[in-house]
Design a protein. Structure first.
Length: 385
């Protein structure tokens, strides 16, 4: 009987590989409804937020649990986008990285170092944690754009005060005033990526926060998780796929061959959604607008043919990564920055989850189902066969 019980336990664990369907915590931050194809931030549909709100307002919503009134939002912006800059020490560190370092490697290390110069270092009150969350959020895009310029032999550019995250990322990356349509497209993408319940990097951040370490360590761990290709690298993989296909006329044959070989198609499928990812719906519209505006339509046309073939031959739908690839490409953003852009957005979700974890904290310590050998007598090395 004991053996049968153990076997049943083993079967249960195996069926939940990757902690699928395991409830790890209570959270009021976001709801992912995989059956209805809906994503809510604090009760608000992400599609409505993407079309009508701003990334900064969504950050306020995720951090404070509600949308702000006009006067309090203006005060919030004064302390948020009104003070965007990189500490001189961080810029010095960026200059020390070899140009072969990947942007995600640089981001991970630079964020970790910033905690040394935070004026609220060591203070764990809620107000101090919120200030740190704002500083990290406003500085991540500047780290990415500054390092990208340095590795290309250019000097970093100071951000424009009292301008949003999306505008300043594009401005400090290119040195040019971005088109308002481009800014809105980037803002939309940032909103759509801001949170997605307990994905790998967010769960990592909560596990680390539960040890009561500092917020910079939590975000560093989240960035490390996002760096993994199974989490944050999907849209770059989509871009590589579109490049390999090369021509809309070749997409159908290319996809059918990969499907016959039972290969995974980048940008399709999701662990939660059983229908189209609502974020993909919005990004499809945004990618169509931007590629048409820039005249850089080839990759979007390839993507459309890929989607058409996939839907005709499988029951697998595009996810948020699929249309972000041709969108970012049409905006002139290098493929190696696709995953770092994910971090620009998701940091507001990470920090919201860290704050929520700390409100009612308990060390996260799951158990493992032991499947190794039973008690085994020790034999001296001279007597082992």
């Amino acid at each position: 009987m004991a053996e049968n019980k153990q076997t049943a336990k083993n079967d249960k664990v195996i069926s939940e590989a990757g902690l699928a369907d395991v409830v790890a915590c209570n959270s009021s931050i976001s709801l992912v409804d995989g059956q209805a194809g809906q994503l809510l931030y604090r009760g608000y549909d992400v599609v409505d937020l993407a079309r009508h709100s701003t990334f900064e307002e969504v950050a306020y919503l995720l951090w404070h649990g509600r949308l702000p009134g006009l006067s309090e939002f203006e005060a919030f912006l004064d302390g948020f986008t009104g003070s965007m800059h990189l500490p001189v020490e961080t810029v010095m560190i960026l200059r020390m990285f070899p140009h072969v370092s990947t942007p995600m490697e640089v981001l991970r290390t630079a964020v970790s170092s910033m905690g040394q110069w935070d004026p609220d270092s060591g203070i764990t009150r809620l107000d101090a944690l919120l200030r740190k969350a704002q500083r990290i959020t406003e500085r991540i895009p500047l780290i990415i754009s500054s390092y990208q310029r340095l590795r290309n032999g250019l000097e970093p550019i100071e951000p424009r005060t009292n301008s949003g995250i999306a505008l300043n990322f594009l401005y400090t990356l290119t040195g040019k005033e971005p088109d308002p349509v481009m800014v809105k497209a980037m803002d939309t993408a940032l909103i759509l990526h801001a949170d997605h319940e307990l994905n790998a990097s967010t769960f990592t951040a909560r596990v680390v926060a539960a040890t009561l370490t500092d917020i910079y360590s939590c975000i560093t761990s989240a960035i490390a998780a996002l760096k993994g290709p199974l989490h944050g690298g999907a849209n770059a993989a989509v871009m590589n796929m579109l490049n390999e296909i090369g021509d809309p006329a070749k997409a159908e044959g290319w996809i059918k061959q990969r499907l016959a070989e039972k290969q995974k198609i980048s940008g399709f499928g999701h662990r939660v959604y059983r229908c189209e990812d609502p974020r993909a719906t919005v990004l499809r519209e945004t990618a169509r607008e931007i590629t048409t505006m820039t005249g850089n339509t080839r990759y979007f046309e390839i993507a459309q043919e890929v989607e058409k073939t996939m839907l005709a031959n499988t029951k697998v739908f595009p996810n948020v990564d699929f249309f972000s690839a041709p969108l970012y490409n049409a905006m002139g953003i290098p493929t190696e920055l696709f995953t770092p852009i994910f971090a620009i957005s998701r940091v507001v979700g990470w920090t919201a989850h860290i704050l929520e974890q700390l409100k009612n904290n308990r060390l996260i310590r799951p158990t493992a189902n032991y499947v190794g050998r039973s008690l085994t007598p020790y034999v001296g090395i001279a007597d082992r066969s």
